[in-house]
Design a protein around this ligand. Structure first.
Ligand SMILES: Cc1cc2nc3c(=O)[nH]c(=O)nc-3n(C[C@H](O)[C@H](O)[C@H](O)COP(=O)(O)O)c2cc1C
Length: 372
């Protein structure tokens, strides 16, 4: 089957893309311990610059929202300087890159935050455990794991501070040379914790009805689009996800409501994680793309388990405007070429997904025969 539909240009908001193959955001843990982007990250992203658009790994907008070993932030001058190196490398290679702006909410371990309790809409701990920081001198390959803790319920002052942090992060992203930002509203992080009924038990104006559960998102979008034109702002969502104890009572209605918000704001795109093959996430019980599309007329990037052929078919049928690829981009820096030429894909070594400096990161070669 032809993959032509993936190779067609697309205007996303106010940005022209040469193709519809988007690199999904991928946390890789190659920033410094002070969450400063390193030169190897510029190499890695520049290798993938022929994607229609690169979306950066999740990038913390506030130190209290950072809870993953060696992920980048975008709150300090050092971090902005590090990101300038990365965005410069991508632009020199002819690419475009958005910054995924992120706050982890209840998923932050106190170990990352001077022992402070994380904040969230409601004091409900996530299920399971997560990566803890590496102790000095620990040189084992894998990171230690610790269980999530019960977060502190956010006050109005916390909410106002975090809305402002997203806006500052967005402004900082433009200053650091990004072409736009993607608001991370997916995968059980802070915004998703407000949106989803299982993690939001608030009785004030931020909880209960859909109107209330989407209020934090609306405030973040308003604050971010006051700093970055809406045509350069995307939103990532995963209403059907049940990871880490997330479960919305009515994902379709939630998608419908989010679509209304994205439409009113004139966002460049909505990036929907709704897998067609299980793997990173389970298959949705009831897909919500139709509910999203009922209210949002802009571009939808769909994600989750796609092959090139499946992605092209979705676009050709008008089911989505673009497809993002996560795991395939990890081991295939020349993914666009491989898709175009029908070349075989290399397999990811997941031991090095989140650790390893260059190894398993910037050392995956382009296809050996590709230049011939
Ligand atoms: C190693 C790894 C890191 C990820 N990091 C992020 C992230 O920082 N932000 C995000 O929104 N999703 C993240 N994801 C999810 C991916 O963006 C994507 O949704 C998932 O891999 C499914 O797409 P795929 O089937 O094309 O791989 C990550 C996935 C993997 C495998």
């Amino acid at each position: 089957m032809s993959v032509d539909a993936l190779l067609q240009p697309l205007t996303l908001g106010t940005l022209d893309l040469p193709n519809r193959i988007i690199m999904a955001p991928l946390t890789r843990g190659r920033a410094s311990e002070a969450n400063v982007p390193q030169p190897v990250m510029g190499t890695y992203y520049a290798q993938r610059a022929d994607a229609g658009l690169l979306i950066s790994e999740a990038t913390a907008v506030h130190p209290g929202g950072m809870g993953w070993y060696r992920v980048p932030g975008i709150w300090s001058a050092e971090q902005l300087a590090g990101w300038k190196g990365v965005t410069g490398a991508v632009h020199d290679a002819g690419g475009r890159i958005f910054c995924q702006i992120w706050h982890m909410g209840r998923l932050v371990l106190p170990d990352y935050n001077g022992g402070a309790q994380p904040i969230a809409p409601s004091p409900i701990a996530a299920e399971g455990e997560t990566f803890a920081p590496r102790a000095p001198g620990d040189d084992s390959l894998f990171l230690p794991m610790k269980p999530f803790v019960t977060p502190r319920e956010m006050t109005q002052a916390d909410i106002d501070e975090m809305v402002a942090a997203y806006a500052q992060g967005a402004a900082n992203a433009l200053e650091a040379g990004f072409d736009g930002v993607e608001i991370h509203g997916a995968n059980g992080y802070l915004i998703d914790q407000f949106l989803t009924s299982s993690t939001n038990r608030r009785t004030d104006g931020y909880g209960g009805s859909l109107e209330n559960r989407t209020r934090f998102l609306r405030e973040v979008i308003a604050a971010v689009t006051a700093k970055v034109e809406a045509g350069r702002v995307g939103l990532r969502i995963s209403p059907t996800s049940k990871r880490k104890g997330m479960e919305d009572e009515n994902p379709g209605a939630l998608a419908h409501a989010i679509g209304t918000i994205a439409e009113a704001a004139g966002l460049a795109y909505v990036h929907l994680i709704e897998p067609i093959h299980a793997g990173f996430m389970d298959l949705p019980d009831d897909p919500v793309m139709a509910q999203l599309r009922a209210t949002y007329r802009g571009a939808v990037i769909q994600n989750g388990g796609f092959s090139a052929e499946e992605g092209a078919d979705f676009i050709a049928r008008g089911a989505a405007e673009a497809i993002s690829f996560g795991r395939p981009f990890m081991a295939n820096p020349d993914l666009v070429t491989r898709f175009r030429e029908g070349l075989p894909l290399a397999e990811v070594n997941f031991d090095y997904a989140y650790v390893g400096e260059e190894k398993g990161y910037s050392d995956y070669p382009a296809y050996a025969g590709a230049a011939a």
